[in-house]
Ligand binder design. Structure first.
Ligand code: EPZ
Length: 420
């Protein structure tokens, strides 16, 4: 695992173009297993997790070719539904290949997905929902062994929690259950769900209600090839918006969809951050923290404030005079970044799933340990504003979610050194 060295404080000034959404690309790549016909995907970010998913598709019989940020996906052999342990184990979204493979081949063997340090990552909602769709699974030696025994004409699945991955997995499976009707309630409503459904509809799937908490799917016999362009990454955008607020002189973000960032922009309003939204461009002016107001924030499923921006926002709140709080309602223990920020002089106290933040005038550089993707991004923002040298160890997590990170930071005048 590599490390990053940063000497702060630094100031950001310039323009960043946001890449395609990681959390759209991953479920859409899994869904390409639903057809043997050619699929062309545009605006795909070249990230570690995307390349892991490509490795999984190649194990399953696909040939995947990069052309800039376009992927050409063809089928080069009979579909293989017995997948090697490594790639699926390495991350979370890979588990969503289980349903499509089982429906198409009648059986599959897929490793249980990787968890990560933001919390226990069970898949019980996935397996319970798949069972109602006629997929029986059992877990042995870290693998999920599944077989398709036939789906009922009509299935109603009510999710105990609006799980993004479970919603995506069940949609991606139900679309190919010919002549059946599946109704999902208490679904996730994230933009990435809408993107996945629009992709599936472009392949001939019959889906209604995507983007609401009730989705209806009419299964079809087969799905055809398509060309599709995925949405920009709202979490990458939010991360750079917070970076701009923390240390910006003025940064401009391009490829923004305002609807996807409402909850962050609403918090920026409450804090007093100076920003301007014009068409698909967001400009942030960093101003003195003394003029900003503390806030109380709760993470929630979309359209609430996203858990994936919680660590990054905490860096900004730690520099605002007064008392702020962040309550984490999605991954209740997602606070690994707190100890590291306190090492830099932040004053953050965690009680149950709420962090109480007392603003300080500055942070100071320190040796830090990164633990997961979004915590790494938070520590990088903190290092860039802190006085003195910071070394962030274990930092390769950050490449799972931020395409061309060093290039984009250099474009706004930020200097960081990376060591293998
Ligand atoms: C997706 O993860 C995202 N990943 C995560 O982004 C994001 O944090 C999360 O949704 C919440 O928005 C991708 O889209 C690839 P969940 P997912 O199922 O689907 C519990 C990032 O940084 N749960 O919505 O795994 C679960 O433990 C990543 O890009 C069950 O209990 O999240 C959690 O508490 C991190 N049983 C809650 O639901 C299940 O079967 C929400 O999880 C499934 C989930």
């Amino acid at each position: 695992m590599g490390k990053i060295k940063v000497i702060g404080p630094q100031e950001a000034n310039g323009e960043i173009t946001i890449s395609g959404s990681k959390n759209s690309a991953l479920p859409i790549l899994a869904a390409t297993l639903l057809t043997d016909e050619r699929i062309i995907l545009n605006n795909i970010p070249n990230l570690a997790d995307v390349n892991t998913m490509i490795e999984i598709l190649e194990n399953a019989g696909k040939k995947v070719t990069w052309q800039d940020s376009t992927l050409i996906i063809d089928t080069v052999s009979d579909i293989n539904s017995i997948l090697p342990y490594g790639p699926v184990r390495r991350m979370r979204a890979s588990f969503n290949v289980l349903g499509p493979l089982t429906i198409r081949n009648k059986y599959a063997k897929v490793a249980l997905p990787g968890g990560c340090s933001i919390g226990v990552r069970p898949v019980n909602f996935h397996l319970e929902g798949l069972k109602k769709l006629g997929i029986e699974s059992q877990i042995e030696h870290g693998f999920t062994h599944s077989k398709y025994i036939g789906a009922p004409d009509k299935t109603h699945i009510s999710l105990p929690f609006p799980s993004v991955g479970a919603t995506e997995h069940l949609i991606t499976t139900a679309v190919l259950l010919e002549n059946t009707e599946t109704i999902l309630t208490n679904c996730a409503q994230e933009p990435e769900i809408i993107d996945l459904c629009n992709f599936l509809i472009s392949m001939g799937a019959k889906i209604e209600g995507h983007g609401t908490s009730n989705i209806k799917i009419h299964g079809v016999k087969q799905l055809h090839g398509t060309e599709y362009t995925i949405i920009p990454d709202r979490i990458e955008a939010g991360t750079y918006a917070i970076l701009g607020a923390v240390l910006g002189k003025e940064i401009t973000l391009k490829n923004i969809i305002e609807d996807h960032l409402f909850s962050l922009l609403d918090i920026f309003e409450k804090i007093g951050i100076n920003y301007k939204m014009k068409k698909n461009t967001l400009t942030i002016k960093g101003i003195s923290k003394l003029e900003l107001s503390p806030v109380d924030v709760e993470t929630a499923t979309f359209p609430g404030f996203p858990t994936d921006l919680q660590p990054q926002l905490m860096v900004l709140l730690s520099l605002i005079p007064g008392r702020s709080s962040v309550t984490e309602n999605v991954f209740k223990t997602r606070f690994n970044h707190v100890d590291e920020l306190n090492r830099m002089g932040a004053k953050i106290f965690v009680e149950s799933n709420t962090a109480i933040i007392t603003g300080v005038s500055k942070l100071s550089g320190a040796p830090l340990e990164a633990t997961d993707l979004r915590a790494s991004a938070a520590l990088l923002i903190a290092a860039l504003i802190a006085d003195g040298e910071t070394i962030i160890n274990n930092v390769d997590h950050i490449f799972r979610g931020y395409e061309r990170l060093f290039e984009k930071l250099e474009n706004v005048g930020l200097k960081i050194e990376y060591y293998e």
